[in-house]
Write a protein that binds this ligand. Structure first.
Ligand code: TPP
Ligand code: SF4
Ligand code: MG
Length: 309
């Protein structure tokens, strides 16, 4: 595969680094960390990226220069898993085994791209789909998405979103795909393990990253990693894996971190009309569900590396 990329300074680089320094992402953006962890986990193996409309494609810059050091296809919102399907098929026909990674925001995943995401998952296409979820349409000014949690103020929910966050993991599990997992940029080892696990499996793999967005969350850029640890600690973001859509493994259980600590460090919760106690109740109910699934249908089988990947 040709990985030569024309850099902003006009020089050609063969750098397999996924996201180059000097890109336009905001300081403290979870997407930047996610790309770094992806690259580390894959040990700089070449990949092909497919990215629909989102902050991630703004980062790419204007052709022929690019902030990405790997071949990157920009797609429409609705078509990224279909584009990735085509690229995977062609790569396999050419005898190439490098992964095709679809990298989309929550707007592109939960809402606007859901139809082709569902279709590719149902066909069990051989790709890694990553949703970096900043819980808003960040790129267009911070509107609410299906991923915005209840109680969060956005430009379209100025008094706090009333509806709960859509359970995208349950939707993906219902497709009985081989692997689905949630990833935290505050838990690096767990993050890298899940990328490596996904790499070893053939078929549709769905990875969901809670991606801090200081601009939209009204949080401090240097607190991003700690904030995600806090989200995991208070139970607002559960770290778990689902194999074949039915076998569950919880990776990190909540500790004693209060939801108030997570919420108070982001001004998107300030002045919300929804009580934290109400939000907490729903978080506890989700944990009851996850614990029951992990107890009843545990993921105890070890992943066997795919011989054709
Ligand atoms: C069909 C369609 N509708 C709306 C837009 C405008 N648009 C571009 S990016 C974006 C928000 C993307 O949100 P998300 O996928 O969460 O990524 P983020 O910007 O948060 O990184 C929107 C609404 C578009 N490009 N195409
Ligand atoms: S708006 Fe948010 S998601 Fe977009 S680049 Fe900035 S921090 Fe990242
Ligand atoms: Mg988003």
């Amino acid at each position: 595969m040709n990985t030569e990329i024309l850099q902003a300074n006009g020089q050609v680089s063969a750098c397999a680094c996924v996201l180059r320094p000097g890109n336009t992402n905001c300081a403290g953006c979870g997407m930047s960390l996610g790309f770094q962890f992806l690259e580390q986990a894959l040990d700089r193996e070449p990949i092909t990226l497919v990215i629909p409309a989102c902050c991630g494609i703004v980062t790419a810059g204007a052709f022929p220069t690019s902030a990405y050091g790997v071949p990157t296809a920009a797609s429409t919102f609705a078509s990224s898993p279909a584009v990735a399907t085509g690229l995977t098929t062609v790569a396999e026909l050419n005898g190439e085994t490098h992964p095709v990674v679809c990298w989309a925001g929550d707007g592109g995943t939960y809402d606007i791209g859901l139809a082709t995401l569902s279709a590719a998952a149902e066909r069990n296409e051989n790709m890694i789909y990553v949703c970096y979820d900043n819980e808003i349409y960040g790129n267009t000014g911070g509107q609410r998405s299906g991923a915005t949690p209840e109680g969060v103020r956005t430009t379209t929910t100025p008094t706090g979103k009333v509806e709960p966050k859509k359970d995208v993991m349950a939707i993906m599990a219902a497709h009985r795909i081989p692997y689905a997992a949630t990833l935290s940029v505050g838990h690096r080892d767990d993050f890298l393990n899940k990328i490596r696990t996904a790499r070893q499996i053939r078929g549709f793999r769905f990875l969901h990253i809670l991606s801090p967005c200081p601009t939209g969350w009204k949080s401090e850029p240097d607190e991003s990693v700690d904030l995600i640890r806090c989200a995991v600690g208070c139970g607002a973001f559960a770290l778990y894996e689902v194999y074949d859509g039915i076998r569950y493994r919880i990776n990190v259980s909540p500790d004693d971190t209060p939801l108030e600590e997570y919420a108070s460090r982001q001004r998107r919760y300030t002045g919300s009309g929804i009580e934290l106690a109400t939000i907490n109740e729903r978080i506890r109910a989700q944990w009851d569900y996850l614990n029951a699934m992990a107890r009843t249908f545990p993921a105890d089988k070890k992943v066997e590396p795919c011989v054709n990947c």
